[in-house]
Design a protein around this ligand. Structure first.
Ligand code: AMP
Length: 420
């Protein structure tokens, strides 16, 4: 029955047979954010494009190549949000959340948009969960944010992941390091991809992050950022490591993590899953002490992370983990004959008013077809109402697991089901 239209390339429908997985993850994420007393913030799906250009960086891949940018009818330049941090910080500044109690610990959920080449684990519309803590540059906060992501993955039962951390220093360390990288990469200039040749001029650290094979090979032997951290950044990084050890959170140091966005400083981290193939980063995050200023606010340090639902679901499926089961009704109502069909509306409403989930198929008439539908629904019980039951004001309750059935008083049905 394939119709004429298809979803846009790089997007997908979340079908009713899959949506419970998304709901399960959402619920688990909300649970863990509650444990840490983070509260939800919801920002619009589109923002002024400048917000991303000024923060993520004009020459970052996200802004330069991947942003869905458009003009509205009044000629305002807008963009579908490619990521969640800049909008959250925009809202934080705009609403003066720094002056409000309990407003510095935030989480968000929702779709992001990037015009990239679609492949497994990479879509043009994808869904992220993320947290931001905008308050402090204490390394304790970095560690707490990492521990939230860690606990989330653990609570889902994921075993096959590795936490990788790095420090990319501050602007003070970067000045020296950029010069060192320039000197290192310049002899290889003709072997680097065209993007990396540009990156070398604008932001040499990005070459370390390139996924092109030859660039990767050259970058493997590049000098490490960690040898160029100043005293303050070094201490910050050691403290984060000590804290993680104290919390029993295993990690490895990966000096190649730079993160693709301009606004990061000091701590950068990723949760990586080996079984996911090329797109193997489940969660990425880090510290962004300069972001608020870049967006015209006052200096406000922050740290956060974001992860994608799609890769999380894929890795949970790879590990054969449970998503808590599909949605099934408790009761399936079978109504035989016209009078019972009419009465069924009243009964359905009564059950639902009392918080009992119940389904019916009004298109099916015969006992046989309705019972088949009841069994397919996986409901616990079928309630069977026919003309005879109506005259005696009774109803049959059939346990669909063991086939046992009982006739009960129609007036008593809610109480009876509550007890069962
Ligand atoms: P980023 O904002 O690039 O640091 O990405 C954070 C996380 O979002 C990644 O680790 C992925 O789990 C997910 N993600 C990023 N881009 C995509 C995409 N195009 N398709 C699916 N998931 C993505």
């Amino acid at each position: 029955m394939a119709g004429k239209y298809k979803v846009p390339r790089g997007t997908f429908d979340i079908l009713p047979t899959e949506s419970y997985k998304w709901q399960f993850i959402t619920e688990k994420f909300r649970q863990v954010t509650k444990l840490f007393n983070y509260r939800e913030i919801v920002t619009p799906i589109f923002e002024s494009s400048e917000i991303f250009e000024r923060s993520v960086g004009e020459d970052s891949d996200i802004v330069e190549k991947e942003m869905y940018k458009f003009e509205d009818k009044k000629g305002r330049s807008l963009a579908l949000r490619p990521e969640g941090t800049a909008p959250v910080v925009r809202s934080f500044i705009e609403n003066g959340l720094n002056l409000q109690p309990n407003a510095s610990k935030l989480y968000y959920l929702g779709p992001m948009f990037r015009y990239d080449r679609p492949q497994k684990g990479r879509y043009r519309q994808f869904y992220q969960y993320g947290v931001e803590n905008i308050s402090s540059n204490d390394p304790f906060v970095d560690s707490e944010v990492i521990s939230l992501a860690y606990l989330f993955l653990k609570n889902l039962g994921i075993a096959d992941f590795e936490l990788q951390i790095n420090s990319i220093g501050c602007s003070n360390c970067t000045k020296d390091y950029d010069a060192v990288l320039n000197r290192y990469f310049t002899p290889f200039l003709s072997d680097l991809c065209s993007d990396c040749r540009k990156r070398l001029v604008k932001n040499p650290k990005r070459v370390l992050d390139c996924k092109v094979k030859t660039c990767k090979k050259i970058a493997a032997k590049a000098p490490s950022m960690l040898d160029y951290l100043d005293k303050n950044c070094n201490e910050h990084f050691s403290q984060v490591q000590d804290n993680l050890k104290l919390m029993d959170i295993p990690f490895v140091i990966n000096p190649k993590i730079v993160r693709g966005l301009d606004y990061y400083s000091q701590t950068a981290f990723e949760f990586v899953v080996t079984s996911l193939g090329a797109q193997n980063t489940l969660i990425g995050g880090g510290r962004y002490d300069g972001l608020s200023e870049q967006l015209g606010g006052k200096q406000m340090p922050g740290v956060g992370f974001a992860g994608g639902f799609e890769r999380l679901i894929q890795s949970m499926e790879n590990e054969k983990l449970s998503f808590g089961g599909e949605q099934i009704p408790s009761i399936y109502l079978v109504a035989l004959g016209n009078k019972a069909r009419v009465y069924s509306l009243k009964l359905l409403m009564e059950l639902r008013r009392n918080g009992i989930s119940v389904d019916i198929d009004f298109d099916k008439i015969s006992m046989n077809s309705q019972m088949k539908a009841a069994n397919r629904s996986k409901a616990d019980f079928a309630l069977i109402l026919g003309a005879e039951e109506l005259t005696t004001q009774s109803i049959i309750c059939k346990d669909l697991k063991n086939g046992e059935q009982e006739k009960i008083n129609l007036k008593e049905v809610v109480n009876y089901l509550r007890i069962r």
